[in-house]
Design a binder for this molecule. Structure first.
Ligand code: GLN
Ligand code: ZN
Length: 758
């Protein structure tokens, strides 16, 4: 008999109760004891759900007060020195201090969890003396058993991945740290075994990244020692997000089960298991239900796959499971009442995925006839969306096919455009500009709410927006900026704004997922072919331009960023979705140009987020991402200046791709990387216009002139002064008005000083 298994469940709760509890506690509005009580209720509720649905292997210890990587570090007492911590279970004040910073100590770094939009807290090993402070998986196991009679499957982040994802140690220290950690893991596992735990899920997602021979040897040592020290315990070695790098080595590690992702790693894992088979003594965790996508699985296809896998493993040794933790999808589609039925019926969030796992297991065990009705309704739901007119727009598809077959290129190469643009715009040396948004004050947010609720009509709202534009155009002129922006007051969010105005998008009411800590995002859903309806930004931009003689930059979000920050359909390639977006946005670019806007910025801060985990897939991704950007921007005349903007650092390994985007000017976040980035642009001799962020916009602090002068001087040592722009790191929407104006004044002052030196 096959069994059903889940790798992890979202923690935020159906109505984000988790987020609310955390934030109330941080604000001092909730006692610590009350926090524990509320979170326990949420946690038990999630376990109960899985129990009621009939999941055989229910994960415990997947719940967290913030982040599971931070939990692992806290469990081992790995707390940076700057926090007052004296051993024992990490107090909640220290735990949240590491995550969020305290008034005396900076928070630990936060970074992306593989290629998802979840972010984890990076453990700092420097100076740590790990010990087991409390056995969290054991506590979670006991709770589930005592309160609900659940024989839970504790989930732990494995030692190999834990160390790889941490920092604060040198290459030569890897083995010594690993052996320190190993002892602690053994202790955790021995206590679990003594308690009678049957199966433990050890997550090793790093096994889908490139592994060296040394790594493989380390894995053998680590899992060999665990097998020796805890012989009675079943270990499910769990991987996800891609196919494993060294299949043969990994499936032969001395563990009782191996979990593979047959959704995001389908190609690699399937061909490996076909070629090399699967060890007869092991359980295969077949991750067939997409833990990251929001769509119903097509049962027909999944059953075909499962039957093939069943044929490759021993009887009773197959688990039907989610491809990864369900952390990455919203909780349930139940509260969605506003989506069109063909869309809603094709969605499966976490709870619906639990049903899917159970159903597929039943179909395998008892025959398809036993669940015939469910299979039929699945087929009709999935089919209805597949065949819907919104997914089959020949107008979009043929237009995109046509432009896709052309090489998207501007009329002239950069050098020629650059001189034409200089002649037209007559900008001073080191032109100054901003990234787009200005402070979204309470007043602005209130106005938008009133309008959304229908308390304000369109005229009221747009005249309010115009007043904001008026005010900020005159501030910008007073400050002395060279290229102005309208300020983006009409936008809540740079993706949602465009999604609402394009066809092919839908918005859920409650489709929240955790991004980091208590922060949740509600990504738009790209469910159909994307199409341009009518100009989206022309009115505000043209209005702003009518108020000044200086150039006003139009402001758009680029195709790759819109795609990477949305849930996207999975029936066509992401590349195709990007091209559809590009085609739609190109029409906006053209509309702006036709309306007399001569500088247009297409923001692509999220290009790097979509970078595939497998090295060999990175270049093809970057190639089509670049192509999509070029499709968006290539039709304008030479004198129209195309800007782009990127932030979130770590662009050093994709400078070539950035150059190929062929924007006339790029503005890039630099100050947080302490100028490191400047160097990459020099080494790679980036030859287009470039604006380096001269100050961090994440803090209300007003940087002084000298600070910015230092940044500028440093950059000018390596960059061509004729191509150099000066701007803040990113948009200013989270800042206050006074500090924004003061900072920009200093920036203009620093620019003047720099100009005097040339
Ligand atoms: N134009 C956007 C803004 O200024 C860019 C935001 C971003 O890079 N994340 O807000
Ligand atoms: Zn930015």
């Amino acid at each position: 008999m096959a069994k059903s298994s889940v790798l992890g469940y979202p923690r935020i709760g159906e109505n984000r109760e988790w987020k609310k509890a955390l934030e109330a506690f941080w604000a001092g509005k909730l006692e610590e004891s009350e926090l524990h009580k509320q979170l326990q209720e949420i946690r038990l509720n999630h376990l109960r759900k899985q129990q009621d649905k009939g999941i055989d292997f229910i994960p415990v210890n997947d719940f967290s007060y913030y982040d599971q990587v931070l939990d692992t570090a806290a469990m081992f007492g790995i707390v940076p020195k700057r926090f007052a911590y004296n051993g024992g279970p990490v107090p909640i004040s220290v735990y949240y201090g590491i995550a969020r910073g305290t008034k005396d100590a900076a928070a630990s770094e936060m970074t992306k969890w593989f290629n998802t939009n979840y972010h984890y807290i990076v453990p700092e090993f420097y100076g740590a003396q790990p010990t087991l402070t409390e056995n969290k998986p054991l506590i979670a196991y006991r709770e589930a058993k005592e309160k609900l009679g659940i024989e839970g499957k504790p989930v732990i982040l494995g030692p190999f991945s834990f160390l790889k994802l941490s920092k604060g140690y040198g290459r030569s220290e890897v083995d010594s740290w690993l052996s320190i950690l190993l002892k602690l893991y053994v202790q955790v596992l021995q206590e679990l075994a003594a308690e009678g735990v049957q199966w433990v899920q050890i997550d090793e997602p790093v096994l889908v990244t490139k592994l060296s021979n040394d790594d493989v040897a380390r894995l053998r040592t680590v899992y060999g020692k665990i097998a020796e020290a805890v012989p009675g315990l079943n270990i499910m070695l769990q991987t996800y997000f891609e196919s494993v790098d060294q299949y043969k080595e990994i499936v032969n590690l001395p563990v009782q089960g191996v979990g593979l992702d047959f959704v995001h790693g389908l190609k690699g894992n399937l061909s490996a298991i076909r070629q090399y088979g699967f060890p007869a003594d092991k359980v295969l965790g077949a991750g067939v239900i997409d833990g990251r996508g929001i769509w119903k699985a097509s049962f027909g296809k999944k059953l075909e796959l499962l039957k093939e896998l069943q044929g490759l493993v021993s009887a009773d040794k197959l688990l039907v499971q989610t491809s990864c933790s369900l952390l990455h999808v919203p909780v349930t589609t139940k509260p969605e009442t506003k989506l069109q039925p063909e869309l809603k019926n094709a969605l499966a969030f976490a709870d619906e995925k639990l049903d899917e796992v159970v159903l597929l297991t039943q179909a395998l065990n008892n025959g398809e006839a036993s669940v015939a009705e469910a299979l039929a309704s699945n087929q009709s739901d999935v089919g209805a969306l597949e065949q819907s007119s919104s997914r089959n727009r020949s107008d979009v598809q043929s237009a995109v096919a046509r432009i896709e077959s052309q090489v998207p290129a501007r009329k002239s190469p950069f050098a020629e455009r650059n001189s034409a643009q200089q002649e037209k715009w007559q900008l001073p040396l080191f032109p100054t500009t901003t990234i787009g948004s200005f402070p979204q004050s309470t007043e602005v947010r209130k106005a938008r709410q009133s309008w959304r609720k229908g308390e304000w009509n369109n005229e009221q709202y747009s005249s309010f927006i115009q007043d904001q534009i008026d005010a900020w155009i005159s501030y910008q002129e007073e400050i002395g900026l060279d290229v102005l922006v309208h300020g983006e007051f009409e936008r809540t969010d740079m993706v949602e704004f465009f999604g609402e105005k394009l066809e092919g998008f839908a918005f859920t009411q409650n489709g929240w997922v955790q991004s980091y800590g208590s922060r949740c995002v509600k990504p738009p859903v790209i469910f159909g072919d994307v199409a341009f309806k009518e100009p989206m930004t022309v009115e505000e931009t043209v209005y702003a331009q009518s108020k000044t003689d200086r150039p006003v930059k139009g402001m758009l979000t680029g195709p790759i960023t819109i795609m990477n920050w949305s849930f996207v359909r999975d029936d066509i390639e992401r590349e195709q979705i990007a091209y559809q977006l590009a085609y739609a946005l190109r029409q906006e670019v053209e509309a702006l140009e036709n309306a007399g806007i001569g500088m247009i910025q297409v923001d692509e801060p999220a290009v790097r987020e979509g970078l595939p985990l497998k090295e060999e897939e990175q270049k093809p991704y970057l190639d089509w991402a670049v192509k999509a950007f070029r499709m968006t921007t290539c039709t304008v005349s030479d004198t129209t200046q195309i800007h782009t903007h990127m932030c979130y650092c770590e662009f050093h390994d994709m400078i070539d791709s950035i150059e190929e985007m062929d924007a006339d000017v790029i503005s890039i976040e630099t100050s947080r990387s302490h100028g490191e980035l400047i160097h990459s642009f020099e080494v790679n001799t980036y030859k287009h216009g470039i604006g380096l962020g001269v100050y961090d916009i994440h803090s209300p602090r007003v940087p002084d002139v000298q600070e910015m002068t230092n940044m500028i001087d440093r950059a000018l040592q390596v960059l061509d002064p004729k191509l150099f722009w000066i701007n803040p790191d990113c948009g200013l929407k989270t800042r206050g008005k006074e500090e924004t104006i003061a900072s920009l004044r200093n920036m203009v002052e620093a620019t003047k000083l720099a100009r005097d030196k040339f």
